[in-house]
Every structure is written in structure tokens, then in C-alpha cells.
Design a protein around this ligand. Structure first.
Ligand SMILES: [Zn+2]
Length: 369
């Protein structure tokens, strides 16, 4: 596609030549979305006997947004309930993973499953979107480390330990009790460290965050969280948490979900305010992207929402920062970063190379599983 095809960057005061340079940089750079929820759409549509769901309904937006790699989050529960509702979380997780395999196999000219950074680079060269499997919520392992190892064998390389609610590992950030890692949670962190499964602490309560970061021998990630200093929501991280993440050589992915960006006006500019704050605090090399888009599944997410409204705190988690409403809008971020004076190297880092550098340490296999 031509970068002229879309009206990117209209919200910034920026010279047209600089904007053009930003867009060229965006489409040349390796771009990684660390938190992509499209699997729920894949399983829903495949259940209606559709095929090539990613290629048909998601690839066009990913291509428009210049996205080269997505971490596909397998969510096998919604709140305290398994999801899909008639399955236990491990069965649901295995079913979701199977759907991903089937869907990618049907579109092997444009999509490929990957488990290493080399494969991500190779996919970009081949013009394919790389898909790395992840799991969101350790409900999927119940209390069996063998299930964790089997997910790894299936290609899963990252797991978010909790969602908003508690599970057998720890409390999520929506639990008033804020309990840290359970005994099983500690065993799980140790085993994830051993086999090289990336530990994701987004959604975790504070106690769980601190227990995990103290225990983990490998760098950890908060794949889709923002700075609590700028937007005081329990899903975001305090400055001391961000500082600890940097000391751990970890990474934080910027989430574009409106309630976690700004309480009143969430726009691409406010997302960049979070990037500014975190870059000043711990260095831009610890920043990446975890958009969390669900623009394609608004009805489904709303149907599953807890009636008490904790998740959204008055604003919908299905609304996104203006200018970053869906994957196709991502180039606006690069234009905005350039307008704020970020260097080409820093922008490439945020878009993807920081993730690659992090992943090599976080999931380098140390021994056979
Ligand atoms: Zn999430």
C-alpha cells in the first residue's frame, strides 16, 4: 500500500515532509503488537463455520497499521467464568489454540505461527504476519505444571498470570484482598523461568506484581499497562513498579484502551504522554506496544462485562484512544512520536526492537523441557 492512502497524523502540527518520513519509518520498522485479542473472534466465527477468519477480518487492518507480529492472547475465561462458557479453561485454551492453528494453516501465504525472534524477522522479510501464541490468565493451567509445559510444546511463549480477578496463582488488580503469589503461583513462576515462557504481570494486583518480580530470575513483561502517575487506574503501574521493571530488564507495553489512558480525554497525544513519562523515568528502551484492541468484538465484550462495572470505572474498555481506535490507525502513533521529537532509533525500539531484545533474554531456552 501507499502511505498516502490514509490520512494519518491529521491531529498533529507537523511538517508534511516530516510526516512522510515518519510514515516511511513506520512501514519499514518491525512492528509488534504484544497484546492481540482476535482469537475470541476467530473461535466465534469458526464456530459459525467461517474459515480464514484472521485473513478475512483482521489482516487488512494489521497490514494498514504496518503490524508485522502479534502476540495472540488465548483467553480461556471471562472474569471468574470459563470462556467459552461450556468448557473448562484448559479445554477452552486448547480449543482456542487449535482454532489459531487451523486459521493460520488456511492462510499460510499471509500468516505464520512463530516461536522465535528469528522466525519473526523471517516472516517480515517474507511479507507474512507473524503470530506468536500467548495465554491471558493462568486459569488455563489450572494447577498442573504439565499443562504449562504442554502449552509451551504447542508454541505458547507468554502467559499473563492473572486477569482482573483472582485465580489459583494470585489476585488480579480488581480484587480488594490483593493477595500475592500462592504456593502454586511460585511453582508456576519457577517453571516458567526454567522453560523460558515469558511472564506477563499486566492485570496482576500489586502484591502479586512484587512477589513475581522478586522471584523471577528472568526479565518479566507488563504487556499492556500504562503509568498510574498519569491515569490512576488499578490496571496501571506505579512509578516504583516501573522502576523495578526496568531493573529487572523488563518491558512495559502501552495499552490504548481509553480508561487506562486518561479519565476524560484519551487520545493518541495522551498515549504519548504515558510514553514520555515512562521514558523519563526508566528509559525508552523499556517501552513497547500492547494496544488491546477489541473494536471487532464490542458486543461480545460488553455482553461478558461484569455488571458492577469495575473493569471500566465508568468508561468502556471497548473504547480506545482517539487516533488509535483500531490496528489500522497505529501509524498515527509514529507520526506523533516524531512530532514530539523522538529519534528514529527510539521509535523503532518502541514499535518492535525493544520487544525483540527483551524476548531473547526472557524466553531463551536453557534446557530441554
Ligand atoms: Zn488484558
Amino acid at each position: 500500500m501507499s502511505v498516502n492512502d490514509y490520512d494519518y497524523g491529521y491531529m498533529f502540527k507537523i511538517d508534511q515532509k516530516v510526516k512522510r518520513k515518519a510514515l516511511e519509518l513506520h512501514f519499514d520498522a518491525l512492528v509488534v503488537d504484544q497484546h492481540c485479542d482476535i482469537q475470541m473472534d476467530v473461535i466465534t466465527r469458526r464456530g459459525r463455520l467461517e474459515n480464514k477468519v484472521i485473513e478475512t477480518h483482521h489482516l487488512p487492518k494489521l497490514k494498514q497499521g504496518g503490524i508485522d507480529c502479534v502476540l495472540l492472547s488465548t483467553v480461556a475465561h471471562f472474569g471468574y467464568q470459563p470462556y467459552p462458557f461450556y468448557m473448562s479453561p484448559p479445554v477452552a485454551a486448547l480449543q482456542l489454540i487449535d482454532c489459531a492453528y487451523m486459521d493460520v494453516a488456511e492462510s499460510s501465504d499471509s500468516l505464520t505461527l512463530v516461536t522465535s525472534t528469528q522466525q519473526i524477522m523471517d516472516a517480515k522479510k517474507a511479507g507474512k504476519v507473524a503470530i506468536m501464541l500467548g495465554i491471558e490468565g493462568a486459569q488455563a493451567v489450572e494447577t498442573e505444571l504439565g499443562l504449562l509445559r504442554n502449552y509451551y510444546r504447542l508454541g505458547v511463549r507468554m502467559m499473563t498470570l492473572t486477569w482482573h480477578q483472582r485465580n489459583m496463582v494470585a489476585d488480579g488488580s480488581g480484587e480488594p484482598s490483593d493477595s500475592g503469589l500462592s504456593k502454586f503461583g511460585r511453582d508456576l513462576v519457577n517453571e516458567m523461568n526454567r522453560i523460558g515462557m515469558i511472564i506477563d504481570v499486566s492485570h496482576m494486583g500489586e502484591a502479586g506484581f512484587w512477589d513475581t518480580i522478586k522471584l523471577s530470575k528472568r526479565p518479566i513483561i507488563a504487556s499492556h499497562s500504562n503509568a498510574r502517575a498519569l491515569c490512576d487506574h488499578p490496571r496501571n503501574l506505579y512509578d516504583d513498579q516501573l522502576t523495578a521493571l526496568a531493573k529487572n530488564n523488563g518491558l512495559v507495553g502501552m495499552c490504548f484502551c481509553a480508561p487506562y489512558v486518561h479519565k476524560q480525554t484519551a487520545t493518541v497525544n495522551e498515549v504519548i504522554d504515558h510514553i514520555d513519562h515512562i521514558a523519563d523515568l526508566i528509559g525508552v528502551e523499556h517501552i513497547a506496544l500492547g494496544p488491546d484492541w477489541v473494536d471487532y468484538a464490542v458486543r461480545m465484550v460488553m455482553d461478558c462485562m461484569d455488571p458492577g462495572g469495575y473493569l471500566a470505572r465508568g468508561a468502556s474498555i471497548t473504547s480506545f484512544a482517539k487516533g488509535l481506535e483500531n490496528a489500522a490507525r497505529l501509524p498515527n502513533l509514529t507520526v506523533g512520536l516524531m512530532a514530539r521529537g523522538y529519534s528514529e532509533k527510539d521509535i523503532r525500539g518502541i514499535l518492535g526492537t525493544n520487544f525483540i531484545r527483551f524476548v531473547e533474554k526472557a524466553m531463551e531456552p536453557v534446557e530441554s523441557i
